[in-house]
Design a protein around this ligand. Sequence first.
Ligand SMILES: Nc1ncnc2c1ncn2[C@@H]1O[C@H](COP(=O)(O)OP(=O)(O)OP(=O)(O)O)[C@@H](O)[C@H]1O
Length: 517
Amino acid sequence: MRRVLARLLFAGLLAVLTEAAGVGLVGTATWMIVRAAERPPLSALAVAIAAVRAFALLKGGIRYAERLASHDVVLRVLADLRARAFAALAARHGAVVEGDALSRVVSDVDAVQDLLLRAVLPAGVAAVIGVAAVAGVGAADPRAGAVLAGGLLIAGLLLPLLANALNRSGAAIAAARGAVAQSTVDLAHGAAELAAFGAMPAALAEASASGRRLARLEARAAAVSGLVTGAAALVPAATAVAIAVLVAGPSAPVLALVALTVGEVVVPLAAAAARQGEVRAAVARVRDLTRSAATVTQEPERRAWGGPVSVRLRGVTVRYPHGAKAALDGVDLDLPAGRRVAVVGASGAGKSTLLDAIAGRAPLVAGAVDGRPDGAEPWQVAGGVFADAHVFHATVRENLTLGRDGFGDDELRAALGAAGLAEHAGRLDDVVGEDGGRLSGGQRQRLLLARALLDPPPVLLLDEPTEGLDPAAADAVLATALLAAGERTVVVVTHRRADLDRFDQVITVEDGRLVAG
Ligand SMILES: Nc1ncnc2c1ncn2[C@@H]1O[C@H](COP(=O)(O)OP(=O)(O)OP(=O)(O)O)[C@@H](O)[C@H]1O
């Protein structure tokens, strides 16, 4: 944070020097033209000529350095923010839907760039240059100083405040942008279903409606911003004219043009202020998202807890952000090391949520999950195949390792074999398509199972690992998977009664509670 501040201050200092060189250039050049009209000897203008050249070169050179410095700090801030947003999404507990998440990671994070580059830095620069110019012009002619101060206050403070007050649709714009991104993602992912069910026209109409709503809100905001910026642009000109009329003598044009140049530094503040509501809302949405990032960013090695691990749930209650009632309600459960447990229950009873709670992926509102080794987070000891598991648009090998090093092809083939996907053992480099689109449903599920069986965690959680397989294949896959799990604690969600005699214990979940165990 301190480093960011130091870089920001450095960029601000360069921006102040750039503007100061600009003011110096206009002031000296005007003085030179006025003086030249008196036809003095060339030697009387020599210093001014050199100064004009120096200011012009300095302005260009420092502007370049300032652009480098300000973009460097802003891009660093954005990179860090995006990394935290991605980490938070990885631990998001289903609180943010995909399209909206996309909008937060892309447009909302970009809004932070606007905040720094178009608001924070220009406002700081305008304040420094404004105060210095009022002092300098005021020293030359107090009335000119007062007029300049008035003009700067109107263009740099009053009009930005007005723009901000008139533009109250910032939060609505950020939300509408999220809605547009969401409907675009839905249309792209669900195009085949929408077309097959004849629902495409309705879906397109809805997406267009959210697009039009966003356009309407943005048009209104742009109109306000355009009006106020236009008014702000007139103020420096009016200030310059007023100074030219008020001040007598040869210094009048110099002071008037200096006032015009300084005024231009504050003009962009009105447009920036008009967008402040939107930027603030976007920043709040990013902050809201990144709050949960801490859990993932400091991920230690999972293998550090390789031994037998037991888990204890006490009064575990899970409520999803938009859930009407608790998905798990005061659940107590002991899972001694090495026990094999089957979880059964009706659809929606809370089975997947129970696995998520054990792995520390569910939003607990009460109770605790403990019993694991000291210092270990739940997700470091418990993992496997979850209901929302994702298959990457990558090769079989990449989907198994997920970037983890140290697995030989033999280990990958063994995991595929244990998951009943031996037919892919020779096709480690085949790309499986977006979310496994080039695989059958059963193959996709077995690929996820193979990923879980490659270096399984001490507590192996499998949510319907044999879904999509015929009964005989399901039996065989479960048997080899349990064999591969060895002495680990295993919890399997299953709908198949035939599986149950392979387990030490059967737990029935009903309406978020355990009714037998
Ligand atoms: N991300 C979520 N946001 C809101 N509610 C959710 C979320 N995930 C699950 N729920 C709700 O929590 C309850 C339990 O869901 P869960 O997925 O645990 O059930 P399940 O027993 O695994 O069902 P199934 O056998 O159909 O997979 C359900 O009422 C479900 O609607």
